[in-house]
Design a protein around this ligand. Sequence first.
Ligand SMILES: *[C@@H]1O[C@H](CO)[C@@H](O)[C@H](O)[C@H]1NC(C)=O
Ligand SMILES: *[C@@H]1O[C@H](CO)[C@@H](O)[C@H](O)[C@H]1NC(C)=O
Length: 495
Amino acid sequence: MFLETLLLLITIIVGYYWYIYKKAHYYFESKGVKYLRGVPFFGNLMNNLLRRTHLWEDYDVVYKAFPNERYVGFTDGVCPGIFIRDPEIIKHVTVKEFDHFVNNKDLFPEGEESILKNSLVMLKDEKWRKMKAALSPAFTASKMREMVPLMIEISHNIVEYLKEHLTEDIDLDDLMSRYSNDVIASAAFGLQINSLKERDNIFFKAGKDVFNFSLFQSIRMIFSDHFPSLSKKLGFTVIPKSTSEFFRTLIASTVDYRIKNKVERRDMIQLLIQLSTEWTETELAAQLFVFFVAGFETTGNTLINCIHELALNPHIQDILYEELKAFKETKGNLVYENIGELKYLDCVLNETMRKWSAAIFVDRICTKPYVLPPPREGGKPCQLKPGEVIYNAVNSIHMDPKYYEEPEKFIPERFLDENKHKIKPFTFMPFGVGPRYCIGSRFALMEMKILLFRLMLNFKVLKCAKTLDPIKMSPVGFNMNIWGGSWVKFQARKA
Ligand SMILES: *[C@@H]1O[C@H](CO)[C@@H](O)[C@H](O)[C@H]1NC(C)=O
Ligand SMILES: *[C@@H]1O[C@H](CO)[C@@H](O)[C@H](O)[C@H]1NC(C)=O
């Protein structure tokens, strides 16, 4: 009896997957869109799910398979989407016809109470517009100016730490996440933390835990992806309840403390306190959460990849050092007003974000019917219905030799004024594009520049035995994490 039931069950599951597998392919065929046959259950993401390649490489395989198509089919698990390769169409769907594609795709289907779902990145339509307007005051020029001294102080802690550890191989993952942790704690929460000394502070632990998925969570995530409505009914959330609780409690206790002690600081929490009559606690906690995650992971990773590239490219490091040294000699200190004069530093960061863009792709849900132009000369236009998914290629375009010669090479000069005209519109999109452009981009750039300024003036970054060359990204997680971690040595420069 048991055997029969088991066989029946297996037949149903296999049959079900065969059916949706076929359905995904039929979806592309009916639209006249070319696609690479996926694997049942995994779609085009098998190598990533089996932890052989980074997520972006699975997208890149499909991108590269059809060099003459303006868009192609991509299957994420069992969900088919249109993967747009053409910068001109990307401009249309993200800027000109934004009205048809207002919302991002849900990362995971989750219930209304989810902290992820309520974040600015995932909020939809009117709610998104309102929240974006409400949060903008946290990112104005005058706010950014106030942040500079805080960031300088924290980067000073990093420099001091490194001076005491000159002979060691340095774990950049750890060091950079401590920097971005302390910056976020200060800017968003008004807390002064030195993670290099208080090594186990709650912030740092929370940040480390957010995307450290247990096996159980990973299974739940795949389950949610495949059975969205069932998992909603069961109340599954991918972000653990403890994480949501942490941010909720943090808000509540900070609000309490500030009201009792009449503390006013011009930080993100203060802004949220002022908004607290209009939004629920979950909605407010969600903004802190996403700010924290973006600030912690994305900024930290870009810094790591940048320093790692500099270790592999000493000649570029020398040019950068000369710029920073000349700046220091003529201008003295770094302030908000003069940071833009560091041109080469800007190029180095942009080149890092070109090669290792945190935004692998920019997805959108069709919210109003839309007709894409034909995928190729002589093809037929493609009708999109509400609810259908598009992915705009970001990292694959960044790495396409059609747009960037020798894309594997780290060449900051591409972004110099005299070469910039060669970069076509909508072929450089590390912060996304259009009205959904990353609200924290200026903050992130400043945070990264301030640390790099101090680091590169004080030290030469060197390869050590453990430095991965060439760089390869770890298949675990969504972020651009270097496989096996990033290790370098710092050598003091003569003052
Ligand atoms: C992730 O969690 C596991 C167990 O919960 C722990 O052993 C591991 O050290 C954590 N990894 C990181 C990077 O924090
Ligand atoms: C670097 O990228 C940023 C953000 O995408 C942009 O504002 C800036 O102009 C770029 N700088 C250069 C030199 O291309």
